[in-house]
Design a protein around this ligand. Structure first.
Ligand code: ADP
Length: 328
């Protein structure tokens, strides 16, 4: 499988009352063609910050990428100028967000918004050709009466249809990488399933890489090949999806799965992980999860574990696995 993107030691900080706080703290991750990597973790673990850092969609007045590299098709995205990056965004790398209505402009028709995207990337089509092309595109994302929908305004479409429009816009230029940040959270369960299946099929057809950010482990098990579990800005575990579900290594991953299993089918008591995600300033000298971890050792409160590589290729940031580390 060809490597599409390699993120190495990425650190992104927010400035909070003059102090930088690393929301993403030396995260490394690679993605291959045709592969979907799910990034999971509770709210505030740094998933969205990681996604936005890739194409620098954050507000640079209070957010800084302070370390690392993001190698995409042989170039480090962090060294590109804003105008160089603009040529890549929406073209070779696209992003699909949670709330489709906020990504569409209420004042313009679907035709106008889709045409504008072509113009932005220098694609010139005559009106008749353009309409035929857009109609085909809307058919591809399974929008009924596609020709009529071109003249509609966003508010005249359902949430599911709006998200299909955004998916059409995201895939039309055949991106190498699709970043989907909670793409179906705002939709009802049935529409969620349809949209995710559509996105999955299109991604497979294009053989793009997909970074899927979600808190929904059901979606993870169905649509991802590999899982990256984040906690308080760092990767806690990275493994093949099957391994994560069959034999989760990190106590945090085990706790996330326990929460997912207790909802909504169990008739017993709902489980939740005690405590909440903490923010860390400056050098960290403990496991970030130790205060909430049932298996914490004295050492976990004194020294942050590195990301240990295990014999099966998975990685886990937990002292319990120090002895199982694979020899490189
Ligand atoms: P997730 O996507 O996992 O919910 P985020 O990437 O949104 O997490 O947030 C990671 C951390 O960065 C959290 O501690 C959050 O409070 C902080 N953060 C996010 N956005 C901002 C911001 N604009 N200013 C300051 N801190 C922020």
């Amino acid at each position: 499988m060809g490597e599409i993107i390699a993120i190495k030691d990425l650190q992104t900080c927010y400035v909070d009352q003059g102090n930088p706080i690393a929301a993403v703290d030396r995260v490394s991750l690679t993605l291959n063609a045709g592969e979907t990597v799910a990034v999971v973790g509770e709210s505030g673990c740094g998933k969205s910050t990681l996604a936005k850092s890739i194409i620098r969609l954050h507000n640079e007045s209070y957010t800084r990428i302070t370390e690392g590299s993001i190698c995409f098709e042989g170039r480090d995205l962090l060294t590109l100028t804003e105008s160089e990056l603009r040529q890549i965004r929406g073209n070779q790398i696209t992003m699909i967000f949670q709330n489709p209505l906020s990504a569409l402009d209420p004042l313009f028709t679907i035709r106008q918004q889709m045409s504008e995207m072509f113009e932005f990337h220098g694609i010139k089509l005559k009106p008749k050709e353009r309409d035929a092309f857009l109609t085909e595109l809307l058919k591809k994302v399974q929008i009924s009466s596609p020709k009529e929908r071109l003249s509609a305004y966003p508010h005249q479409l359902s949430g599911g249809m709006q998200q299909r429009i955004l998916i059409a816009m995201a895939i039309v230029l055949k991106p190498r990488l699709i970043i989907a940040d909670e793409p179906t959270t705002a939709l009802d369960v049935t529409t969620q399933a349809q949209i995710l299946y559509l996105l999955h099929c299109l991604q497979q057809e294009l053989q793009s890489g997909m970074l899927l950010i979600t808190h929904d482990l059901g979606i993870v098990s169905q649509y991802s090949d590999r899982v990256c579990v984040m906690y308080a800005g760092v990767v806690m575990e990275e493994a093949a999806t099957e391994k994560i579900f069959a034999d989760p290594a990190h106590p945090y991953t085990q706790a996330l799965l326990k929460v997912a299993m207790s909802l909504p089918y169990s008739t017993g008591e709902l489980y939740s992980i005690p405590g909440s995600v903490r923010k860390f300033r400056g050098p960290v000298q403990q496991c970030r999860f130790c205060e909430r971890c049932a298996k914490a050792l004295p050492r976990c409160r004194e020294e942050e574990p590195p990301l240990f590589k295990l014999a099966d290729g998975s990685k886990v940031r937990c002292w319990l696995y120090e002895r199982e580390t694979a020899n490189d």
